[in-house]
Design a protein around this ligand. Structure first.
Ligand code: CMC
Length: 427
């Protein structure tokens, strides 16, 4: 009968250790018993980017990167993107099950009730420079919400945590829309509670003089994009939310840490980087030389590659379909042609095949956002709007997990051994 254990022989001492295996995992702390001497600290695992380290147990999102599978709470992303609303998906992620009609009605009502932000928020948003990056504004504004809701610090109370979830889902679109208006020098448009979640957000960004002609196809396309981004298990920004949240700070501060992580070009900023790359390529004829440069290590093909997906990102497949719906409404974007050709060439190239580099979620999302009228530096804000329910769900799960402790990795010290202080005159 095979045993669920791992036997390790330490060749430094000749001693053997038997470690339990649970869920295909050994506990890193079990390595600490492996010592050369009694006063030895014990063996550690070195994994700077968490390439092979499970930092938590989670029941929220399942990904099989080799097969290109993504499921939220067991439901395939394809079905959710086709049939669910964004608020329904947000409920599913945060509360654990699909809502029934009464639950969804209540959730929508509560979100609608909390869409307004304190008017002082407007005052500090006005302090940002006219050209402030909207993602920087969003990160500051969401963090600042913690000062408006000091009650959010009561992490022990599930009713209080529920209220903060509602507040975040309700207010982040308002802040995101204000950041958009700020960068265009437009007056802020306040939430309209007679509109649905997506319609209200679109109205707050595009309404001029209180008027906006909604386009249901574009609104549904935006909703699908948000659903596709809603969670992606332990990615960089979610890990940031969990790590910061593990200090038991309030959820607004924890989520603003997630926004900060998402801001980076290797994470959410990639959709922005894709557009800049397509603009730099400029014409289909320049694609081969661009690819050659990438292969020689000068830059990356943005929107390609993923830490987890080693086949086509299922979200990218769905987004490509959305792109066609959107372009039927808005007319063809010349950048789409360059993107399609770039994808075709890259997918046939040995360099990309060998490294299993396929288009990821960001390859097409930026072109769609642009066609919808959003400026390039706003794309990551849209990603943040989508990812928000995932961050909140993971934060809640982290708090409920009895294994949670403050995140505190170890290090391998590579600096000097002790040395005496050198007075200024002798340096
Ligand atoms: N273009 C060219 N080469 C690449 C790319 C790329 N986009 N991505 C990876 N490689 C190469 C890399 O140079 C390395 O080659 P070699 O083995 O010869 O050194 C190999 O592929 C493995 O790369 P890696 O950096 O070890 O892979 P990673 O898992 O650490 O990186 C990634 C994942 C997403 C950061 C990376 O693929 C990348 O930088 N992609 C471009 C940025 C991007 O599109 N990011 C959005 C990710 S999806 C949205 C999200 O979840 O945030």
């Amino acid at each position: 009968m095979p045993k669920d254990t791992l036997t390790i022989t330490d060749n430094r001492t000749g001693k053997a250790y038997e470690l339990p295996i649970e869920d295909g995992t050994i506990k890193a702390m079990d390595l600490r018993q492996i010592k050369v001497a009694d006063d030895d600290f014990g063996l550690m695992a070195y994994d700077p980017a968490f390439l092979n380290t499970a930092a938590c147990r989670s029941a929220i999102t399942f990904i099989d990167g080799d097969k290109g599978i993504l499921r939220y709470r067991g439901y395939p992303i394809e079905q959710l993107a086709e049939q669910a609303s964004f608020l329904e998906v947000a409920y599913l992620l945060c509360e654990g099950e699909l809502p029934n009609k009464a639950q969804l009605d209540k959730w929508e009502d509560q979100v609608r009730y909390h869409t307004y932000v304190h008017t002082n928020v407007i005052k500090f948003l006005e302090g940002f420079r006219y050209d402030a990056h909207p993602m920087g504004m969003l990160l500051g504004a969401v963090g600042a919400l913690s000062t408006f809701y000091p009650d959010a610090k009561d992490l022990e109370d599930p009713t209080c945590r529920y209220l903060q979830r509602i507040r975040l889902v309700a207010k982040v679109p308002t802040l995101a829309a204000f950041a958009f208006r700020h960068s265009r020098g437009l007056p802020y448009e306040f939430p309209r509670n007679d509109l649905g979640y997506i319609a209200n957000f679109v109205n707050m960004t595009f309404s001029i003089g209180g008027k906006h002609q909604p386009n249901p196809v574009l609104q549904r396309a935006l909703e699908i994009l948000l659903i596709l981004h809603a969670d992606h298990e332990q990615n960089c920004s979610t890990s940031a939310v969990r790590a910061v949240g593990s200090s038991q700070v309030d959820p607004f501060s924890a989520v603003s840490a997630g926004i900060a992580a998402l801001y980076g070009p290797l994470h959410g900023g990639a959709n922005e980087a894709v557009l800049r790359m397509l603009a730099e390529i400029g014409d289909k004829k320049n694609i081969p030389s661009f690819i050659e440069q990438v292969k020689q290590g000068h830059g990356r093909l943005m929107g390609f590659g993923h830490r987890v997906y080693k086949s086509y990102d299922p979200r990218a497949k769905l987004i490509k379909k959305v792109a066609y719906d959107v372009f039927q409404q808005t007319g063809l974007n010349p950048k789409l042609e360059i993107a399609l050709e770039l994808e075709k060439i890259a997918l046939e190239d040995e360099y990309f095949i060998k490294r299993k580099l396929y288009p990821n979620v960001d390859f097409y999302s930026g072109i769609i956002y642009q066609a919808m009228g959003y400026p390039t530096d706003y794309f990551t804000v849209l990603f943040a709007l989508g990812r928000l329910p995932g961050w909140i769900a993971q934060w809640e799960e982290m708090l409920r997990d009895k294994d949670t402790k403050i995140a505190r990795p170890r290090q391998i010290y590579t600096g000097y051994d002790e040395r005496p202080f050198v007075p200024m005159a002798k340096r």
